[in-house]
Design a protein around this ligand. Structure first.
Ligand code: HEM
Length: 392
């Protein structure tokens, strides 16, 4: 039995072995690094069925990871109060309702000028430093990190420390001890931040949650960490990988330049085409379930392959072509069902602003090294590139 394939022949396409599985049928037996045996779903309709079926659980204690974890944690890992990504209703609903009350259209819209400002500042800095630049370090990583600072109300004086600590904590290629130390620092950071917000409330999301009076400090710290973990690397990798994709599809980039109003469609199509959550969403069957004629036994983990489902030819015509003119709605990049991405509107805003500003500022943007020299994140939970050297 196979592990979930990771090796890629082409940087923008799902692994060839995964495509073969998808061609063979909607469900495939899957081996997990911890010895567990489960399934991978490669078809869109089956993926949606699992993600909207309460017989499949997202609970942390039931989770088996389809990839080796950098910290070598035993899976399943224990549950953490407030970490609602790995909870089921009704507990999940309790936290999700509190969060949705804070992710208001007003708050997100108010962030737009800040996203524009943060992006502009980083492009200014790139221009000042001169060509070449690394689009990952100089653009893709710092922008979402600072946007999360805005959202959570991280004081200006602490943003540099926050950025430094998060970049280390999220580095899956770093030394294990360094990552553990950075995660500890990050936890301490959120302990201090929650205490500060209790003393000096602001107009930010954490202060809003505190004012609601329903969450303990421990829960607030976990929610802060979850928003950071879920919202930073994801958006950062879309920014870097998406920029490379645009450079490699000059006709699509030209269409976008000719009609900047195409950016909303471009972002949706890039989300579909790139599907950076490469190991998908995972759920555990709470009871025996028949799925497309296959019996999933109670306790087995089902990996919903977002990259495979988003290239499903029964859902999207000519799925392997990047086409900003298509209707990419219904893609699975933000998941589906009760756990569908809470930050998706914010992520869309960041991508729209950042891609538009980057290609407007540097009309001659190009890769500074041959494609083969760009290190791919095939070994990371979130796919993308480690570095993207560009000239302008
Ligand atoms: C392009 C960027 C992003 C992508 C591709 C993405 C993708 C996803 C996916 C696939 C899920 C569902 C996981 C599952 O069902 O197991 C999810 C959940 C979530 N995302 Fe995002 N995300 C992005 C950006 C963000 C941002 C910017 C934030 C917040 C600032 C965020 C916060 C969350 C949270 C809190 C959840 C858990 C929701 C729940 O369990 O109810 N995400 N995201």
């Amino acid at each position: 039995m196979e592990l979930l394939p990771v090796a890629r022949k082409h940087p923008f396409d799902p692994p060839a072995a995964l495509r073969q599985m998808a061609a063979d049928g909607p469900l495939h037996p899957l081996a997990f690094p911890d010895g567990h045996v489960g399934w991978v779903v490669t078809r869109m309709s089956t993926a949606r069925a699992v993600l909207s079926d309460a017989r499949f659980s997202a609970r942390q204690e039931l989770r088996h990871m389809p990839y080796p974890h950098p910290l070598g944690q035993e899976s399943p890992a224990p549950a953490i109060p407030g970490w609602f990504l790995r909870m089921d209703p009704p507990l999940h609903t309790h936290y999700r309702r509190l969060l949705t009350g804070q992710f208001t259209v007003r708050r997100i819209n108010r962030l737009i000028p800040r996203v524009e400002q943060i992006t502009g500042d980083h492009l200014d800095a790139m221009e000042r430093a001169g060509s070449p630049a690394d689009l990952v370090q100089d653009f893709a990583l710092p922008i979402p990190s600072l946007v999360i600072c805005e959202l959570l109300g991280v004081p200006y004086r602490e943003r540099e420390e926050f950025q430094h600590t998060t970049s280390m904590a999220l580095r899956l290629d770093a030394d294990k001890q360094d990552v553990i130390a950075a995660l500890t620092d990050l936890h301490d950071f959120f302990v201090r931040l929650v205490a500060t917000k209790r003393d000096e409330p602001g107009d930010d999301l954490l202060s809003g949650l505190i004012a609601g009076g329903e969450l303990t400090d421990e829960e607030l710290q976990a929610i802060g960490m979850l928003l950071l973990m879920a919202g930073h690397e994801t958006t950062a990798n879309m920014l870097a990988l998406g920029s490379w994709t645009l450079l490699r599809h000059p006709e699509q980039l030209a269409a976008l330049r000719a009609d900047p109003g195409l950016i909303d469609d471009a972002v949706e199509e890039l989300l579909r085409y790139l599907s950076i959550i490469q190991f998908g969403a995972q759920r555990a069957a709470l009871e025996d379930v028949w799925l497309d004629g296959t019996l999933i036994q109670a306790g087995q983990t089902v990996v919903i392959s977002i990259p495979a489902a988003n290239r499903d030819g029964t859902k999207f015509t000519d799925p392997d072509t990047l086409d900003f003119a298509r209707d990419a709605a219904g893609h699975l990049a933000f998941g589906h069902g009760v756990h569908q991405c809470l930050g998706q509107q914010l992520a869309r805003i960041e991508m729209r602003v950042a891609y538009s500003a980057l290609f407007r500022r540097f009309p001659g943007l190009r890769l500074a090294v041959p494609d083969e020299e760009i290190p791919l994140r095939t070994d990371m939970a979130i796919y993308g590139v480690h570095r993207l050297p560009v000239a302008f």
